[in-house]
Design a protein around this ligand. Sequence first.
Ligand SMILES: C[S@@+](CC[C@H](N)C(=O)[O-])C[C@H]1O[C@@H](n2cnc3c(N)ncnc32)[C@H](O)[C@@H]1O
Length: 482
Amino acid sequence: MPANPCCAPASATAASNANAGCCGPAKEQSQEQQQQQQPAAVVTAELTAQGVRDTVQQYYGTELKTSDDLKTSACKACTPPPPQIRQLLKELPNEVVEKFYGCGTPLPLGTTGLRVLDLGSGSGRDCYVAARLVGESGFVTGVDMTPEQLDVAVRNLDAYTRDVCKFSKPNMKFVRGEIEYLDKAGIPDASQDIVISNCVINLSPDKPRVLSEVYRVLAAGGEMYFSDVYCDRRLTPEVRNHPVMIGECLGGALYVNDFLRICRKVGFSDPRYLSVDPLTVDDAELAKVAGDAKFYSITFRLFKLPEGELEDGAEDYGHEAIYKGSLPGSLQSYTLDDGSTLLTGVPQRVDANTAAILAGSWLAPHFMVLGDRSNHRGAFPRATPSLDERCAASAAVAAAASGSGGGGGSGCCGPEDNTKAAVGGNGCCGPAEEAPKAAAAAGGCCGPAKEEPKAAAGGGCCGPAKEAPKAAAAAGGCCGPA
Ligand SMILES: C[S@@+](CC[C@H](N)C(=O)[O-])C[C@H]1O[C@@H](n2cnc3c(N)ncnc32)[C@H](O)[C@@H]1O
């Protein structure tokens, strides 16, 4: 937990003070002074592209030391990874795991021999796992702009390749570059089978450019499989330009429908939702800045097929698809997206786009697809659930996976694996093997049961009971010694 859970670290706080009325140390200003000086809402000028990059680099390069320093659940994975991935996560170098700031598990299984590119690879967690999944015949490239993050990924590479992967030479590399300019980072056209990314695109000042670069570097039949933060509405300038909101992957979150429009414009005609998790803004000051906006971590799948093969909607030509049961971790069935699960060996009616994806993408060896486009039968019925309905469906899938040994399903997130559990339904998370953590009855503050209970002092601020109680400054909901 950060030293001052309701405010940004020192340097970010200074920036926040200037822009959005965040909190400063209680000793420096009286509460009255703070109330006078902090307007309820400050509309700030749009940051330049370079301003966004500088903010992001400072946040991930120097502000954050480990994922424990994050102030929201935005940059932490929530849908539990499948057991195969959890096993691989246990074998990662500590330093790589500690600096994981992702919001999902964008690591498709069955990728042996494929070329994988990770946008905003950070300390390398997903690349390290992907390197095991693609094996010695595949290759993984990580691109990131923050030297401190790249250093962690690079300095653990040789020992991991030798001692854990037991490969004769590394099958991954890390490149310093900007994800809007993959050409300058040396990534050629049509050179990648899978592009992954974990909680990064929201941080880009030019998201359409990132998506069109991804479209360029993917080979036909390739896929972008990634997790990122989205919002249920277009954010105000105050949220968009707040340095800590940006750093925490919230300020740059796109209204999800605007994101889908960008996808279609650059050529990804039929974006698919795989899972949706709700995000919480626990920090009182940031929650105030966020207002009514609701944030979600979403894993999307964007397929690139030869021009004209994907339409912008689901059409019925009477296609059928049969899953062969051959993808790792998907013996009984395969989930293509949150609305399409195919049972092994059972012919299933699919729309023409799904038929094209299953017959023409990297998934093709695992499916038999029957039919052609000679006889159109009208629109193929496809549900369009709300984000909250998709969340409920994802939670149900996670719970089912948990029941079958999938683990997690509790809404608790952990960097190494997802064996963390919400104990006793109180919303507190901790490794199952540790002493259970408890929410102090009144305040919703969590701590190991054996420790002295922590207390929320009327303002949603948490701290050990024996310390001076912490108080939320009346106007701003900021926490600090009374
Ligand atoms: C939230 S962290 C996620 C890192 C990593 N994907 C993970 O899951 O741990 C965001 C990372 O994206 C990088 N990043 C953000 N914007 C970028 C850009 N425009 N170009 C390259 N890297 C960027 C940052 O340097 C940082 O390492």
